[in-house]
Ligand binder design. Structure first.
Ligand code: SER
Length: 324
C-alpha cells in the first residue's frame, strides 16, 4: 500500500520541519500538510483544516486516500493556562476527531505527540521513568495525559496503531515555538545572534529536559517506522536528549558571544517548570526502537548560532518572519 501522510498542525514548530522531512522521505505528492491557514510560498500539497471539524478531516482523508496521520495541533503549556477550559476543549476535541476519523477510515498508523508536561509532583524529578505517576499541573499536561490513555484505548479496543512520544522542549533554528514553557531555549539563541539582551522568564537554575529538532524528528520517524510488534508502550514513550538550565545555556553561548547579556525575570512559567522533570529515563524507547540522541548542548549551540546567523543575513523580510 502506498503511504500517503496527512499532517495536522503543519505550520507549528515541529509540524513545519516534520512536513519537510516527510516530503523528502515519501515524495511531495504523498504528503498533505494542513493547518488553519495556508502559509505563503508553501511548497507541496496543502489543505486548510480546522481540526475541531471532524467532517473536514474526513473529507481530506478520503480525497487523498490518506494512510498515516500525524496530529500535531495543540495549545501548549503556558498559552493553555490563559483559558483552561478552551484549551481542554480544543486539545481533546481535535484528538477525538482524529482518533475517530482514523478508526472509521482504517488509518494504518497515527502519531500523537505527548509531552514531559504529563508529569507533576508525584513523579521523581530526576531520571523520571516511563511509567511514573502522572499528576500534571497544567491543563495542557492534563490533556496530554488523558490523550495518551485514549490513544492506548483505541489501540486496545479497535487495534488502531497509534504511536506517541513525550517530547521534551524542542530546540530548532527552522521555526519558532509558540506558547510553551521551554520556548526560552529557542528565543535565547535568536537574541544572542541579534546581539540583544535576553530576558529569561525562568530562573537561572531551572533545569529542564530538551532535545534538538533533528533528534526530535528522527525519533518521530524511527518510532513510526518500527515494526508493530516492537512497540510495547501504547500510551507514550519518554525520550531524552539533554538537560540544561538557563545558566548553562548562557555559559555555552558566552563562549561564542562573551558580551551576551541576560536578566532573569521569572513569571508564572517558572511555576510550571518547577513541577516538570529535570531529566528523563528513556530506556524503554532505546530498547524497543533503538532511540539515541546525537546532539549535546555544545553541538546544539554551535548549530543554532551558525544557522541563525545565516538566516538573519538573508535580509529584513526573513528577519521579520523569524521574529513573529
Ligand atoms: N515544549 C512544551 C511546552 O513547553 C512541552 O511539551 O509546553
Amino acid at each position: 500500500m502506498e503511504t500517503v501522510v496527512l499532517i495536522i498542525g503543519a505550520n507549528g514548530q515541529l509540524g513545519s520541519v516534520l512536513t519537510a522531512s516527510l516530503q523528502e522521505k515519501y515524495g511531495m505528492d504523498q504528503v498533505i500538510a494542513s493547518d488553519l491557514n495556508k502559509p505563503l510560498n508553501f511548497d507541496g500539497v496543502f489543505e486548510v483544516i480546522d481540526a475541531t471539524d471532524k467532517n473536514r478531516i474526513e473529507e481530506v482523508v478520503v480525497e487523498y486516500q490518506v494512510t498515516q496521520i500525524y496530529h500535531l495541533a495543540a495549545i501548549l503549556s503556558a498559552k493553555g493556562e490563559e483559558n483552561p477550559l478552551q484549551t481542554w476543549d480544543i486539545n481533546m476535541k481535535t484528538l477525538f476527531n482524529v482518533l475517530e476519523v482514523s478508526r472509521l477510515n482504517s488509518i494504518d498508523r497515527l502519531f500523537f505527540p505527548s509531552s514531559i508536561a504529563v508529569f507533576g509532583e508525584g513523579a521523581p524529578l530526576e531520571q523520571t521513568p516511563n511509567n511514573a505517576y502522572l499528576d500534571p499541573a497544567t491543563v495542557y499536561g492534563i490533556s496530554k495525559a488523558a490523550g495518551e490513555n485514549w490513544a492506548q484505548y483505541y489501540f486496545l479496543k479497535y487495534g488502531l496503531d497509534v504511536r506517541s512520544i513525550r517530547y521534551p522542549g524542542v530546540i530548532g533554528y527552522q521555526s519558532l515555538p509558540g506558547g510553551g514553557t521551554t520556548d526560552y531555549a529557542v528565543d535565547i539563541y535568536h537574541k544572542a545572534v541579534l546581539k540583544e539582551e535576553f530576558s529569561c522568564f525562568l530562573k537561572e537554575d531551572a533545569t529542564l529536559p530538551m532535545v534538538f529538532m533533528e533528534d526530535a524528528i528522527r525519533a518521530t520517524l524511527e518510532l513510526m517506522e518500527a515494526p508493530k510488534e516492537d512497540i510495547t508502550i501504547r500510551t507514550s514513550y519518554n525520550i531524552a536528549g539533554i538537560s540544561f538550565s538557563p545558566a548553562e545555556v548562557v555559559a555555552e553561548i558566552r563562549k561564542l558571544y562573551p558580551e551576551f547579556k541576560v536578566r532573569y525575570a521569572p513569571d508564572f512559567r517558572q511555576d510550571i517548570a518547577s513541577k516538570w522533570p529535570k531529566s528523563i529515563d528513556d530506556q524503554t524507547a532505546r530498547d524497543d526502537w533503538g532511540w539515541k540522541p546525537k546532539f549535546d548542548l555544545e553541538m546544539i549551540t554551535s548549530t543554532m548560532i551558525q544557522k541563525l546567523k545565516e538566516k538573519y543575513k538573508m535580509g529584513s523580510k526573513n528577519h521579520k518572519a523569524l521574529m513573529l
